[in-house]
Design a protein around this ligand. Sequence first.
Ligand code: ATP
Length: 229
Amino acid sequence: SDQPKSGEVIFEDVCFAYRDDEPILENINIHIKPGEHIALVGPTGSGKTTVIRLLCRLYEQQQGRILLDGVDIRELPIPDLRQRLGVVLQDTFLFSGSVANNLTLNSECSRHELEQLCKDLGLAPMLEKLPNGLDTSLRERGGNLSSGERQLLAIARVALRNPSVLVMDEATAFLDPSTEATLQNDLSKLLTNRTAIVIAHRLATVEASDRILVLKRGRVVEEGSHIDL
Ligand code: ATP
């Protein structure tokens, strides 16, 4: 088949606490196959965000290992990790600079490539609303954009880098129907041929996933497809 060969993610007996006296994740064992799409769900405070923070190496687990294509992520040089993992968080980091620079982030991507990508991702209506399209300068943290628009830019930014694994915390904010539709459509494009771990807040995302992991008090308590659960 045309299943991708890279993008395998393994959590092996991972334990984590932000503070010594308060375990947050306990013996997390997850085996994600290349190209598999995982929806991470669970009550607030159950540890979903912590799971993705560990994978992105924002924190280091106290026990266990996290492997990306067979390599312990602690042994991967950070640029290598950044290249393999594409991250879309709820609060997308945008800096004061042009939309174009916010998307390319020093990568060697031509203007033509960038324009084509924006077209493919249906960003034209959004860019047309901005005074100078891709050259519009963004206020710090993207203050002049809605949260949905910021997440669309984050998706475009990740799509340009073509990582083998996508890590995402889906937007919870109410989005206008057209932004919502574009986002859903772009997300499904971004997921093609990539492993994905998405903290899913939308039923459509849960339904489209290959497997759902339910976290509760720092443990995986259920696992299965949308139909199983
Ligand atoms: P939500 O759905 O509300 O985003 P979550 O499932 O993503 O929740 P986490 O954000 O991973 O849960 O939080 C798990 C636990 O860790 C919570 O009890 C939270 O208070 C605690 N926690 C999260 N971040 C920190 C931090 N930086 N320092 C200390 N404790 C933290």
